[in-house]
Design a protein around this ligand. Structure first.
Ligand code: ZN
Ligand code: ZN
Length: 353
């Protein structure tokens, strides 16, 4: 038997004793090592079960950002074996629809087979996790399991978005929302050579954290003058690139309006809305707005390779680590929002960092 954490939807966590699963064909059993909490866990599950469709929580073991070590494999595994360190791409797709064939299992169109870990099939907030081999990404020795857990959703999502808009040394980048995704955006823009990184948030602790971690050159408090403040920091032009990680209506409008002519904006933050005026805000200034949802298995592998080359450790954004027994405290800290990333850790990962 093992312990697993469930989210009944009233801002509490329920621990249950459940059997350790047995890997079937093409499946691997992971000893969990690190499982980070995502903003979407709080937004769609923890307080209330709000998610629909791909975000519908089916009363399974929570946690969609898992990383661990394979302890057992079922028959038919082709690449991974016992002892391998792995990250789980957090959506198991049908494998044969057009989106799955592109590696974007997040967008799998099969209602019957698309199941996300921690949403529709058991996730990482347990001692062990049953995963399909095709969902696994190799975790190199240079990275810790907590680095890996964050690649699963946060860093992968940001990397994908940055690929869509392209970031280089020519660019000043605005990041609206300095939660874990915004901090990851800053860390990756830094390695991609952005010449100036400007962040905006409402929470004082997050502004301070962004500056302490040196993932932003300037961090502004959210307010009505943000657009002119950003212009002032960019010789009057505005930024070349903007990344919205806030899902806030005003911050999104700021991201659009503080981007200069010919600039690109990507929206990563989920939920909410935005109002803008197409002609002055994007058409006449030749701007492009991208939407980006999670990432693909191949870009996740590429990101892992680059993290090693860059010596970039996503776990540096983790401000709180909890053992599985205290998983309730972990969700409560994340829900309060005055933190970086929150991780539930096992074994050696608990004392690391
Ligand atoms: Zn996530
Ligand atoms: Zn599919």
């Amino acid at each position: 038997m093992m312990k697993g954490a469930y989210l009944p939807g009233n801002s509490t966590v329920e621990m249950r004793d459940i059997p350790v699963p047995e890997p079937g064909h093409g499946e691997a059993l992971l000893r969990m090592k690190s499982s980070t909490i995502c903003g979407s866990d709080i937004r769609c599950i923890y307080h209330e079960h709000l998610g629909k469709g791909p975000e519908g929580y089916q009363g399974v073991v929570a946690g969609h950002e898992p990383s661990g070590r394979i302890v057992k494999t079922g028959p038919g595994c082709r690449r991974f074996g016992v002892g391998d360190r792995v990250i789980v791409y957090h959506i198991s797709g049908c494998g044969v629809c057009n989106d799955c064939r592109r590696g974007y299992m997040i967008s799998c169109t099969s209602e019957k087979y698309r199941r996300a870990y921690g949403w529709q099939r058991d996730g990482g907030m347990a001692d062990y996790l049953l995963a399909e081999e095709k969902d696994l990404i190799h975790l190199p020795d240079e990275l810790t399991y907590t680095d890996g857990a964050q690649v699963a959703c946060g860093f992968g999502t940001v990397y994908e978005g940055l690929q869509k808009i392209g970031v280089s040394g020519s660019d000043a980048v605005l990041i609206t929302g300095l939660g874990p995704v915004g901090l990851a955006a800053g860390a990756l823009c830094r390695k991609l050579g952005a010449r100036k990184i400007i962040g905006i948030d409402v929470v004082e602790e997050r502004i301070k954290l962004a500056l302490d971690l040196d993932v932003c050159d300037e961090a502004l408090r959210s307010g009505p003058d943000n657009v002119s403040e950003v212009r002032k920091l960019t010789c009057g032009y505005g930024v070349e690139r903007a990344v919205d990680c806030s899902a806030s209506e005003t911050a999104r409008a700021t991201a659009i309006r503080a981007t200069r002519k010919w600039g690109r904006i990507v929206m990563l933050g989920e939920g909410g809305r935005v109002e803008f005026n197409p002609s002055p805000d994007i058409i006449h200034d030749q701007k492009t707005i991208h939407g980006s949802w999670v990432t693909s298995t191949w870009l996740m592998e590429e990101l892992v390779e680059r993290l090693v080359c860059w010596n970039l450790h996503p776990a540096d954004l983790v401000t709180h680590r909890f053992p599985l027994e205290s998983v309730g405290d972990a969700y409560a800290v994340m829900a309060a929002g005055k933190c970086g990333k929150v991780a539930v850790c096992f074994d050696e990962e608990l004392t690391a960092g």
